[in-house]
Design a protein around this ligand. Structure first.
Ligand SMILES: Nc1nc(=O)c2c([nH]1)NC[C@@H]1CN(c3ccc(C(=O)N[C@@H](CCC(=O)O)C(=O)O)cc3)CN21
Ligand SMILES: CC(C)C(=O)C(=O)O
Ligand SMILES: [Mg+2]
Length: 277
């Protein structure tokens, strides 16, 4: 707590300086209530473009717009106090070049108050990462399986196996050298994730990567068992909230049909309440 009594939010610089120390705890959050639940436990809350699949029911992240990311970024900022909030730049908003990326990122930073943006890509995005960081925008990079490239990859398969390992290594090194304060490694072999973690001087954050990464991230709905049709190998379920919700909703439906709900305690009399005292 500072002298004003306000809790200080973690900064991208502080996250970068955690390289090689205790693991960084990261989760996605898309809404105010989920930000409230996760904030105290996490170093980083990512407003991921995975919200397109989880919240909006798209079958990829490609239809997600900058406006959606800004709305959800604002919601997460309202529900959090201490975690660094990072907002994904959506497909189409930054790839054209450094200037396009700056315009999108500046709009995210100014309209949400988030502390950083994330973008997908390695060597090809290094110049853009340099451009943004030189202009005051902390950038988290994301290499390996980059879901916005699903059409180029032909699916969501493991990246960086065999001879392809060098490409992922080059991507990670290029983003770190360009000034990224952390690098997400998604769905790559664990030995490669460990080599990258040793090689670069900023924290690696794994998802389907390795316990040796400097931090871990999962989509919160996946680990809570709320996004029920999706069970990739890298997700551990820490709850079965989808099942719990199904049971609660079935109970409500049965009570309404049997006129057990509402009960006497949920309804109002027709007399004004007596004044107290
Ligand atoms: N809910 C959710 N969790 C994620 O981890 C996530 C998203 N959405 N959306 C954006 C990307 C896409 N990601 C993906 C997508 C698919 C697989 C995958 O392993 N797919 C398996 C099928 C798994 C299943 O449906 O149970 C495959 O064989 O393609 C992995 C990561 C990771 N990201
Ligand atoms: C899975 C994480 C890294 C992400 O990019 C997202 O949630 O969109
Ligand atoms: Mg994403």
């Amino acid at each position: 707590m500072s002298v004003t009594g306000k809790i200080k939010r973690q900064t991208a610089v502080e996250i970068r300086n955690r390289k090689g120390s205790d693991p960084l705890v990261c989760l996605t959050a898309y809404t105010t209530p989920v930000a409230r639940l996760t904030d105290a436990h996490c170093d980083v809350l990512l407003v991921g473009d995975s919200l397109g699949m989880v919240v909006y029911g798209f079958d990829s992240t490609l239809p997600v717009t900058l406006d959606m990311m800004i709305r959800h970024g604002q919601a997460v900022m309202r529900g959090s106090q201490q975690a660094l909030v990072v907002v994904d730049l959506p497909f189409g908003s930054y790839e054209a070049g450094p200037q396009a990326a700056f315009d999108a990122a500046a709009q995210v930073m100014s309209e949400t108050g988030a502390g950083a943006v994330k973008l997908e890509g390695g060597v090809a995005m290094a110049r853009t990462i340099e451009f943004l960081t030189a202009r005051g925008i902390p950038v988290m990079a994301h290499v390996g399986l980059t879901p916005q490239a699903v059409n180029a990859f032909g699916g969501y398969s493991v990246q960086g196996r065999g001879a392809a390992a060098q490409k992922v290594m080059d991507d990670a090194v290029a983003t770190a050298r360009a000034g990224a304060f952390a690098v997400v490694l998604e769905k790559i072999p664990a030995v490669l994730a460990d080599r990258i973690t040793e090689e670069i001087n900023v924290p690696t954050i794994g998802i389907g990567a390795s316990a040796g990464c400097d931090g871990q991230i999962l989509v919160v709905d996946d680990m809570l068992g709320l996004f029920t049709d999706f069970r990739p190998k890298f997700v551990q379920r820490y709850g079965e909230l989808g099942e719990a919700a199904d049971k609660a909703i079935a109970d409500y439906a049965a009570d309404v049909r049997a006129r057990r709900f509402p009960g006497p305690e949920h309804v109002f009399g027709d007399e004004a309440p007596k004044p107290k005292g």
